[in-house]
Design a protein. Structure first.
Length: 155
């Protein structure tokens, strides 16, 4: 295979055939003009090009992680699903402690298991309220937590 052209997007430069999901890896750091640092993490749930998550489960888990993660850290900027349906990006500000990021994700996923509803799962607060699955989100959280010992092994 010929050498791939260097891309502007970090994940487009990642060889998706070499990674071993699930994992959590630092995907990039951006420093702002005032010295603030945003660390972007790749929270990969599914093996790229072999498996993917269903949209209602992804959507519900996004709502739940976005809401619940902020109970464990005031450093969360955003949690967004990947279009390829294999994981999420989590951005944190001025927080470079990888072990603490793992702790935050673990605590958040445990909150998902305890939840009785998906936060903001209604037409007023959500752009596609019909596309949710509480049980699907819990299945994803259970799976990811069952692989907790593997989160640091990317390749």
């Amino acid at each position: 295979m010929s050498e791939q052209k260097q891309m502007n997007v970090e994940s487009f430069n990642l060889d998706h055939t070499k990674v071993k999901a699930p994992y959590i890896r630092l995907a990039g750091v951006v420093e702002g003009a005032n010295g603030d640092k945003i660390n972007k993490y790749d929270l990969r749930f599914s093996q790229p090009n072999k498996d993917h998550m269903d949209m209602p489960a992804i959507h519900s888990l996004e709502h739940m992680m976005a809401e619940f993660s902020r109970n464990h850290s005031d450093k969360i900027v955003d949690i967004s699903p990947m279009g390829c349906q294999t994981g999420y990006y989590m951005s944190v500000i001025n927080h470079e402690d990888y072990e603490d990021v793992l702790r935050i994700v673990e605590a958040t996923l445990n909150d998902v298991l305890e939840a009785t509803e998906v936060p903001a799962c209604n037409e007023v607060q959500c752009g596609w309220a019909a596309s949710h699955s509480l049980e699907g989100a819990k299945e994803l959280a259970r799976y990811m937590l069952s692989k907790r010992g593997e989160w640091t092994e990317v390749f």
